[in-house]
Design a protein around this ligand. Sequence first.
Ligand SMILES: NC(=O)c1ccc[n+]([C@@H]2O[C@H](COP(=O)([O-])OP(=O)(O)OC[C@H]3O[C@@H](n4cnc5c(N)ncnc54)[C@H](OP(=O)(O)O)[C@@H]3O)[C@@H](O)[C@H]2O)c1
Length: 331
Amino acid sequence: MTYLPAETRYDNMQYRRTGRSGLKLPPVSLGLWYNFGGVDVFENGRAILHRAFDLGITHFDLANNYGPPYGSAEENFGRIFAKDFKPYRDQLIISSKAGYDMWPGPYGEWGSRKYLVASCDQSLKRMGLDYVDIFYHHRPDPDTPLEETMGALDFIVRSGRALYVGISTYSPEQTRQAAQILRQLGTPCLIHQPRYNMFDRWIEDGLLDVLTEEGIGCIGFSPLAQGILTNKYLQDVPDDSRAARYENQLHWGDKVTQDRLAKVRRLNELAQARGQTMAQFAIAWTLRLPAMTSSLIGASKIRHVEEAVAALDNLAFSDEETAVIEGILAE
Ligand SMILES: NC(=O)c1ccc[n+]([C@@H]2O[C@H](COP(=O)([O-])OP(=O)(O)OC[C@H]3O[C@@H](n4cnc5c(N)ncnc54)[C@H](OP(=O)(O)O)[C@@H]3O)[C@@H](O)[C@H]2O)c1
């Protein structure tokens, strides 16, 4: 099968500028954390990526350890890239990251230059790419000097392995320091990737101000709290859901609980009144912030991507809606 992208793919997507950089990203980007690994159905992931690109999603987000097993999402992406996306390389923004445990021993995680450069090389090899568009430090390292980690990111750009660099889950203060070091090195920090959804709003407490002041973009991950902020769990826990597959042991403390579902039911009524599904409502809500460049979703089905892109038809929230949402979330 030869994949030919839809000619209409750029007709409806309104791309957003990433901070004060020259790079634009789609307001919805697709991450390959789950559903694209060695344990997943290859053709399903491939079909999701095709549909995403056909709808104008130009940004795919990966990391060294996405799978499971570690590395397998990049390997699968590499196969799909070689089959389908190679002619469109210049129309794609592909990112990877290093920071979490990837291989055994003292050089396989955190933030040393040794780890970051080796991991970037491994990611490029797995994906069959000459360079990634964005390379991230995945999490702050309490022990490695920030100068070393940022120096490694600068080197990764200067050596042609990446075009831009970003940081993920850094605190406001760490972000300010990282941005300053990177600016001095001549490789400005393009983007920050924090977690952001209705149940996790930490970035509103200082980080967004730093990003705006520093001209850094923001791509918020898990806008659906891994599926909890959808109508998926309102009746029961479907067998093919992430919560069922991973026995409700989700990362980041996400859990399907009655307390959360009670809130989602009420939020879902608001969504319906806006003519949106709960997922669309949750995605649109993350994009109401001017500092938000992109909402970074995951998808196990083609229709998840379609639903997310259709969320972009209604991004405005009235003061009344905002007040009701705040009331529900504060309870
Ligand atoms: N920087 C970091 O530290 C970090 C950490 C985590 C994630 N990320 C990035 O963020 C990306 C997204 O994370 P995420 O997967 O947690 O995002 P998410 O959008 O919050 O959750 C995605 C999951 O929600 C469910 N879903 C999506 N659309 C749906 C719909 N319309 N109706 C019902 N269910 C729907 C699916 O779950 P089912 O599988 O149950 O169908 C899907 O796999 C990752 O792939 C990764 O690139 C980064």
